[in-house]
Ligand binder design. Sequence first.
Ligand SMILES: [Zn+2]
Ligand SMILES: [Zn+2]
Length: 345
Amino acid sequence: MERDAGGVTSPFVPEFVNSPFGDPGVYISLPRLGTAILVDLGNLDRFPAAKIHRVSHILVSHTHIDHFVGFDRVLRLLLGRDTLVKIYGPTGIIDNVLGKIRGYTWNLIDGYPLVFEVFEVEPTTVRGVRLSAATAFSPQPLEAHSFFGVLCEQPEFVIRTTHLDHRIPSLAFAVEEPRRVNIRKDELERYGFTAGPWLEALKEAIRTNAPPETTVTATFACSEQPSQRLSIAELRTKLVEEAPGQKLAYVVDAGFTAPNIERIVDLARNADVFFCESPFVDVDREQAKFRYHLTARQAGSLARWASVKELNTFHFSPRYSGRAQELVDEARATYSGKMDTDVAY
Ligand SMILES: [Zn+2]
Ligand SMILES: [Zn+2]
């Protein structure tokens, strides 16, 4: 894990929840916050309960059973916990969640503090409901708001989404760290400063675009030297190294159509890790097209066009059991330019 002089770790640590032939899903641990984002809710039976306990945000691409059957395990594991979990999904997600919840009887959970907020992402609006265990999950509408691509914006991460065509809407997601602001340890020592909470204040001021004349109180290693208020403009030049933040992109269940390609490439552009489905090999492209899915070659093409740094393919069709390497190789060959990219159908 990367650390800078302020002692800050990489913000996102992603992992697949299943093998590439299992139900799709990625768990993104957020070590700075001690929480996690879970993308898709397929079978989670083998995924550790302790990790599910930390989930604060759930992103559901669509509610085909291989992407939603795991809701019950999440519900069961979180039921007695004092937590608020935000769930985002396409049109219909509120009914889907309520359908699951209404499959059970809830007469003995009055004191339970668990709350879900479920948000339905339509092309231009997001509407939500609040479901509290304390009120037997009876839905309380939340105020709807306009949608311009961003689902959730926090100091630590931004979640974006776009609508893809899977013969139903399927959401693709990007989780991004805001611009990375690191303190140069060598320069910190050279100027005689000492590390401390003031560096966090400096970073926060830069991240939030505070005016350059804003000051923070710097402390010095030499005990004789009193702390001093210095402008962020000056400290930025002396001590700060800035870089784009970490970015993850997740794409599943979408056809290789021109509009989908444009949206995926836009969303995944320059991602550090691109998680992309590749259920079929290129020779079975007609099957892929018929099922509104991608081939490995198409996944490789998208990764190449989006200039991602790393491509991880998954959601392999069981018909290729024992042939996973073929799917991986085809995607890699296209991504690296050894095989021609595909054209939209
Ligand atoms: Zn699927
Ligand atoms: Zn699907």
